[in-house]
Each structure stands twice: as C-alpha cells, then as structure tokens.
Design a binder for this molecule. Structure first.
Ligand code: ATP
Ligand code: MG
Length: 658
C-alpha cells in the first residue's frame, strides 16, 4: 500500500485541505441573478413579504387575499388566490416572445431526440388533457402515471395539472406490487403507462407490470398506453379499458381552457423513496409549491434566458417534479430530459449530451458522481464541457472527495457547485448556496435559502453549539411545504410535528460550523453511538471514499457487547483494485488517521455492489439487518434485490467480522 502519491493525488489532497473554502470566481459573481446579500436579512425580517413578492412572478386568475395562514402544523399559502400550474408553466410562455423557444429537449436512450417549443408543448398538453377528459377525468380525480423518461411523461403531468386532476407518478423502475400499492393508496381513476421503457438497450415491460398490478386495483377505470418500444414488447390492450395514447390524441382538440384552481387545491401526490421504511404519500398543493420551486430554481441555478438546463433525475422522484418540470417551466427555461442510463452506449453518455446540446447548468446526484469517479476521468475528458457554468447535486450528503472531483473534472474548476439539501416533503430546495453570494465548502450544503429557518437541536430541543451534531429541524413554514400525508393526517402530525412541537422534524442529522454552514450527516437512524461517541455514517464513509482504492462505502453500526455499537463498513473498490487483508488494514488505519481511533471500523467487508433504493440511495438499514443476522426488512424499494441477497449470502459465508 506504500505507493508514493501521484501528482494528481497530491494536488487533490492540497485542494481538500486548503481551508476547504471555495469562493466563486469574480466572473460568475458579477453576472449572478442574486448579487445583493441583503436578500438574506430582508427575507429573515419578513419572510411572508419575501414570498409574496416572489408570487408576483406568477400569473394569477385571482390574486390572493392573505399570504399565509399558519395553524401549526397546518399551513395555507396565498389564501383565496386562483391560478393554474400548467397555465403558468406552458400557456403564458406560448403566448409570449418565448413561443418558439425550446421548452423541452428530449434525448432518447437509443439516440433519437425531440424538441418541443413552448408553442408546441401547449398544443400537446391540450390534446392530452382533452383525451383525459374524454375518459371521464375531472378536477380532483387522481391519475397514476407509470412511465419511463419519455416526453409523454412531462406532457401527462402538465395535462393533469391543466384539468386540476392530481397526478401520482410512480417511478417506472418499480415492480407491479409497488405500483399496485401506490395506486390503491391514492385511489387513482386512470393509469397512464407505456408498452415498455428502454434501459441499457433492454426493454422494461411496463404494460406487463401494469397488467399485473391492475388485477387488484378497483379504483382504476381506464388505462392509457404510450407506444415507445413497439415490437420489442408486444402489448395487448383490454377492450373498453385500455387506449393507445397516440389514437386518443389524434382525435383530440388542441384547445383547452385551464381549470381555475384554488391556491390550496392538490397539485400532486408523490410517494417518498422508501429509504427508511414504508413510503408516504406526500401531498403538494398548487400555489405555494409553484412559487417555491420557481423561486429556488431561478436563484440557486442562476437561470438565464438562453440557458440549457439539465437535471438528470427521473421524473418519478420529487427532484424531477420540482426541477425538471414545474420549476424550470414556470421560469420559461429550456429543460432537458434524458431517457436512459449514463453508461449506454458507453460511460461517456452524460458528457456527450452536455456537449451535444451545450448544457449550461447540470444538476445530478452524489451516487452518479461517485460512479463517474470509479469509471475514470478519461470519459469526461473526451468531451467538450466548456458550456457548463454551474453544477448542482442532491439526494445524499456528497463526500468531499466526490465534490472536489466534480469541481475539477466536470466543472473544470470554473463552475460553482450548489449542494442542495431538501426532501420530497419540503417540495423545494431548503439549504443551498446562492452561487453569487456564498463561498462553498466541499460537503456542506451551506446556508438555508432566504426566508427559510433551520436549526440543529439536541434530544431535549436545545440548540447545539458549533460543530456539535444534532437533529435538523425547520422552524418556519415555507410555501412549497407538503400539506399532509395522503389519507393519513395523523401520520403527518406524529412523524413530522410531534418530536419538537411547532417545529418540522426532518429526520436528518446535521451540524453547523463556526461560519453558520450546515453539514448534513445523514438520517438520524444512521447516526452511530460508539462507546458513547456520536459518529455519523457519512463522516466515516467520506474518510473511506477519500482513500484512493475506494469507490463507494456504506457504514453502519452493529450491536457490540462492549462498545454498545461497533462500526462495520461495506466497501466497493475502484475498478481494477483487488481486495486483500492488507487493504482492509490500510483502510481501517486511514479512517483512524482522518477522524480518530474511535471511528476505526471494527469490520470491513468488500462487496462489488451496495444495496440502493431505486432512487439510487444507499440503504443502510438492510446492511444493519445483515450485520446483525436478522431477517431483511422491507426490500420493495430496492433497485436490485439480487444485490442484497448475494451480499447476505457472502457475508454469512465469510463469517461475521474477524
Ligand atoms: P423515505 O423518506 O421514504 O425514507 P427518502 O428520505 O430517501 O425516503 P427523499 O425525500 O427523496 O426520500 O430524500 C430526502 C432525503 O435525502 C433527505 O432527508 C436527506 O436524508 C437526503 N438528502 C437529499 N439531499 C441531500 C443533500 N444535498 N445532502 C445531504 N442529504 C441529502
Ligand atoms: Mg425521507
């Protein structure tokens, strides 16, 4: 293990140590949308006025009477206002100078593509809204959507919103059983699905899964099927129940009046990723949500009129709802949508898309960045990434090593990085730098967005001092906050508003440093207690990922007779690095050097893959089950159930620990 560090490693180490603060280039700051730091004080002084001023950017059929009605924990924003989300995202731009501007750029996995201008998108949305009407969909009816990343997915959301029918998108990678559960929970009347979806050149048979789910979904009356893969997935329609999308829209008018929605009418229901347990149906309403996502999108991503903006999430997750569809389109911004996988046909696909369309703003996830690191720098190096101006990340805490890699190899040390912390429940980004104002530190999401107030508390509800870990709470309502859990208001109160009365409990651990920067430490459940010391899984993982042999790591605490809990690390090595006992010892020592002997993992276990949710987050609770020899908990939200069963078997064969 004693190889001398390469020049590159030395340079990286220096970068990681230089106080770890990156101030934004002057060039960027001068042109930023938000340049005046007064925004923070002003919003802090009167957050309602701040959000009311932002609401003026939308078109209202009727202005609101009252900005906020707050009866803890029940919020109403823009009370009495009337508007339509799709009118704001599409129609008003289609009837402006943006008529012929690209609204949606779509890149198919096999290489086909489509551009819809705002004018064209308006017509497509209207046709499909009329098709839904012809199937009996009315304001208030729930529509379930189970599709791959095809243009029809975005169109379907907007068509539902135009009619005031709440959509409930179920990620196209979910199983029949997960789909059925979500349909039944939301009591959806119509399902929109496809014949299949492309994934790494293979077909995911969506309609086949849907048919299986539909055997026991009494609320579903009609099914619409998008044709995407054709002969690759022979599909049969059930007469009277199923209809082809293309046949319905061929007969539909391209004119459709937007439904005037109350500010607090439901826009959509969306189930959380299920990282911690059974997914919850998060309810978002119309006005506050739209104000929240449009404002954060414009300010945090520093959106300019001619920007090509690409968020690589799937619309099946909240990130796609807020930052592929509603936020960007409300701002009249060109939003890019990619259908497929980052390694199809090769590991340079993302970078070839950036070069092909001249992407200016890229928003992706730490899990993707760690994968790119593992694949090596030669892939991005082959493509022209000079159009990029700003980079974003979301989904998990980003390890400093990955942050610096993103900064160097994708941003070419020129692009600010916005690390954005938020949740399905918050609807919009809550903690993130405003890139023209806030210097960044790798691994920190920096500061709460203007008007947002966050605190870190101990178990007794006292604010903890700088550097000490605790529970992250939000202490003031915000417009895009979820309003309830669909059909389960008691769970809304019990899970989120009871631990610290009057404060929103995020379920995440965090600390604040001397400069007031927030560092997210992962789920509360993932914070370990080793011999009386609270250590976050994230810190140990970051120390492991910091080692040149490691691609990814998941750390858990397992019960230990003496220490209470002992640290176990599941480690994936970089391509071409063989596992060995020496390497295990070196990694243990590396963690001890970086954090302290107390954090030295008791046990290191090499695995080719880590169990992840379908939204690609590491699922530590299943690793805990394995390490403690329990039966596995709920595995329905796993991306690949085979990974966990293989891991369990391998773990049991190798004998626990050493
Ligand atoms: P479930 O609530 O069903 O367990 P989930 O929490 O994974 O699923 P999401 O709402 O998609 O579902 O994810 C939100 C969570 O993701 C946050 O609570 C936090 O733990 C993590 N997260 C998101 N962005 C960041 C970030 N920038 N830094 C650190 N953690 C983040
Ligand atoms: Mg959650």
């Amino acid at each position: 293990m004693a190889n001398p560090p390469t020049k590159e490693q030395e340079r990286l180490a220096a970068l990681l140590q230089e106080g770890r603060t990156f101030s934004q280039p002057d060039e960027f700051r001068r042109q930023a949308n938000v340049r005046d730091p007064k925004i923070y004080d002003e919003a802090e002084r009167d957050f309602e006025a701040f959000w009311a001023a932002e609401a003026e950017h939308l078109d209202w059929f009727k202005r609101w009477d009252k900005t906020l009605e707050w009866n803890v924990p029940w919020a109403q924003w823009f009370v009495g206002g009337k508007l339509n989300a799709t009118y704001n995202c599409v129609d008003r731009h289609a009837h402006s100078a943006r008529r012929n501007k690209a609204a949606l750029i779509w890149e198919g996995e096999p290489g086909d593509s489509l551009v819809l201008t705002f004018g064209m998108l308006e017509k497509e949305v209207n046709r499909f809204a009329n098709a839904l009407k012809s199937l009996g969909v009315k304001k208030g009816d729930r529509v379930a959507i189970y599709l791959g990343m095809v243009p029809e997915l975005a169109i379907a959301l907007l068509a539902c919103a135009k009619l005031g029918a709440p959509h409930s998108v179920v990620f196209g990678g979910f199983s029949a059983e997960s789909l059925r559960e979500r349909i039944n929970d939301a009591k959806a009347k119509v399902l929109i699905t496809g014949d299949g979806a492309w994934r790494r050149g293979h077909v995911v048979p969506l309609k086949h899964h849907a048919d299986e789910a539909l055997r026991d979904t009494p609320s579903i009356e009609r099914v619409v099927v998008v044709q995407r893969v054709g002969a690759a997935a022979p599909t049969s329609l059930e007469p009277g129940r199923d209809f082809w999308w293309h046949e319905l829209v061929a007969q539909a008018s391209d004119q459709c009046e937007p439904e005037a929605m109350d500010a607090e009418d439901i826009l959509y229901v969306l189930y959380t990723s299920g990282t911690t347990g059974k997914p919850k149906g998060v309810v978002h309403t119309t006005a506050g949500y739209l104000v929240g996502v449009a404002t954060t999108h414009r300010m945090i991503f520093d959106i300019k009129e001619n920007d090509i903006y690409w968020c690589t999430a799937d619309i099946g997750w909240v990130t796609g709802h807020s930052y592929i569809v509603y936020g960007p389109l409300a701002n009249g911004c060109t939003t890019l949508m990619y259908e497929g996988s980052p390694d199809y046909p090769d590991r340079g696909r993302f970078w070839s898309i950036v070069a092909k369309y001249g992407v200016n703003v890229l928003y992706t996830a730490p899990t993707a960045i760690r994968t790119f690191m593992r694949w090596g720098t030669e892939w991005p190096a082959r493509h022209d990434l000079s159009s990029l101006r700003l980079l974003g990340t979301v989904g998990e805490p980003i390890n400093p090593e990955a942050w610096v890699w993103y900064h160097q190899h994708i941003g070419r040390e020129r692009c600010p990085i916005v690390d954005t912390w938020w949740q399905t429940e918050t609807g919009m980004i809550m903690i993130s730098p405003l890139p023209g104002l806030i210097a960044t530190k790798p691994g920190s999401a920096t500061k709460p967005f203007p008007g947002v107030r966050a605190e870190v508390l101990d178990a007794n509800g006292q604010k903890v001092g700088p550097g000490a870990g605790g529970y992250l709470v939000l202490t003031r309502p915000w417009p895009a906050m979820f309003r309830t859990i669909y059909g389960d208001p008691d769970r809304y109160v019990a899970q989120y508003w009871s631990r610290y009365p009057g404060k929103y409990f995020t379920g995440d651990g965090a600390k604040v440093d001397e400069d007031g920067y927030f560092w997210l430490l992962g789920r509360v459940d993932d914070v370990m207690n080793v011999a009386g010391h609270r250590i976050s899984t994230y810190e140990v993982e970051s120390a492991l990922v910091d080692h040149s042999a490691v691609a990814e790591a998941a750390v858990i605490a397992k019960a230990h007779e003496l220490k209470g809990q002992a640290i176990a690390a599941f480690v994936t090595l970089k391509d071409g690095i063989p596992p060995s006992e020496e390497l295990k010892a070196a990694l243990r020592q590396h963690v001890a050097n970086k954090i302290g002997a107390i954090a030295r993992p008791e046990e290191i276990f090499f695995t080719p893959e880590l169990p992840k949710t379908r939204s690609a987050k590491i699922m530590r609770r299943l690793l805990r089950d394995i390490a403690e020899g329990r039966l596995l908990g709920d595995t329905t939200t796993l991306a690949d159930p085979a990974v966990i069963s293989k891991l369990k078997q391998q773990y049991e064969e190798e004998g626990k620990g050493e």
